[in-house]
Design a protein around this ligand. Structure first.
Ligand code: X2X
Length: 336
């Protein structure tokens, strides 16, 4: 081969490898909820922005219902780490069985409002949590939000822990939830979201706790969930994340494109998740009330009784999560 030909061949090889990374036809993005829930909307937005900004080169496809792990949302993180799933927009609750520190957001009454949540996720503590997620083998890119989890039930008005006595409440499959509701005197039963929906429909459980956007999207008043207590005891952020090997397969430019698309989709997702649920705009709550649902807002004193009832769970889990991280979060909240 002539020297010039060889150089030309090498040059085209180099150019080729710079341009044509081995992109998959499709990157599978796992979520629990589909659009039009805010969660699904956030994931769809990520896919949309990524497609747009990569001129269709990078194709994210959303698989809701954690169908890639047969609906077992507590296995999503493991599947993401192992590469069974390429990407996910996942709840901190569902990933907490593998990443203990993510239980931070489930500490009862740690975050009194959205500003508190932002102070954690958008600050130093949020960065520390992303480092921890990364150490667990998954690359986190941005935050979004499921929301503050309010308790609903078909039986009775809840204003104090005693009102929960004997209530059969579906809780997520993360142990801290069992601990909290047992401490409050309820009768919690852990099940996946896939199982929760039929259980609510048939009345196998009396109640559940989830953001109000889920309540309204599913018209839970038609499932007999006629009592809501607004107590804002915990909120679950969502994290956009990518399997490490999949992440490494992208060029630096495409990594930046994916990250920025996730950040923008996250901001959009947070806006949608909070719509009608802020101090200035209570329209979602008004809409629920207009359907004849009994919506109770706890006073500070009433909240205190639930805080007291769960104080030992908070302490216990603070030790498991890491007192140092929890202290930093408490400080971020105090200084918000
Ligand atoms: O299972 C739930 O309650 C849900 C949909 O909120 C989560 O995935 C954490």
């Amino acid at each position: 081969m002539g020297k010039m030909l060889l150089i030309a061949a090498l040059a085209s090889l180099a150019a080729g490898s710079a341009v044509a990374q081995d992109l998959k036809d499709e990157y599978r993005v796992s979520t629990v909820l589909p659009a039009p829930f805010p969660w699904g909307q956030a994931a769809e937005k990520w896919a949309e922005l990524t497609a747009e900004r990569s001129d269709g080169r990078i194709n994210l496809k959303v698989y809701p219902g954690t169908q890639l792990v047969q609906g077992d949302q507590t296995r999503e993180f493991t599947a993401l780490r192992q590469g069974v799933i390429d990407m996910a927009v996942g709840s901190t609750i569902n990933w907490s069985p593998q990443v203990t520190e993510l239980n931070l957001f489930s500490l009862p009454f740690l975050m009194p409002d959205y500003a508190a949540m932002d102070a954690i996720t958008q600050g130093e503590v949020g960065e520390r949590i992303f480092d921890i997620v990364q150490q667990n083998g998954v690359v986190p890119l941005a935050w979004a939000e499921n929301g503050f989890r309010e308790v609903t039930n078909s039986k009775t008005e809840i204003r104090k822990p005693e009102d929960m006595q004997g209530l059969k409440l579906r809780v997520v499959g993360s142990p801290i939830y069992n601990d909290m509701f047992t401490a409050m005197g309820a009768n919690p039963t852990q099940m996946s979201w896939a199982d929760a929906q039929p259980a609510l429909t048939t009345g196998a459980v009396d109640g559940q706790e989830n953001p109000l956007t889920i309540y309204t999207t599913l018209n839970m008043q038609d499932l007999g969930q006629n009592n809501i207590t607004l107590w804002g005891y915990v909120a679950d952020p969502l994290i956009f994340a990518v399997n490490s090997q999949v992440w490494d397969s992208f060029s630096a430019d495409d990594q930046e494109l994916l990250r920025q698309a996730a950040v923008d989709a996250g901001a959009f997702g947070i806006e949608v998740a909070r719509k009608g649920l802020t101090e200035d705009d209570q329209s979602l709550i008004d809409e629920i009330r207009s359907k004849g649902v009994n919506v109770v807002t706890l006073t500070d004193d009433e909240k205190q009784a639930f805080k007291d009832a769960t104080a030992s769970v908070y302490e216990d889990w603070k030790q498991k999560i890491g007192p140092d991280l929890v202290d930093a979060a408490e400080e971020a909240v105090a200084n918000r």
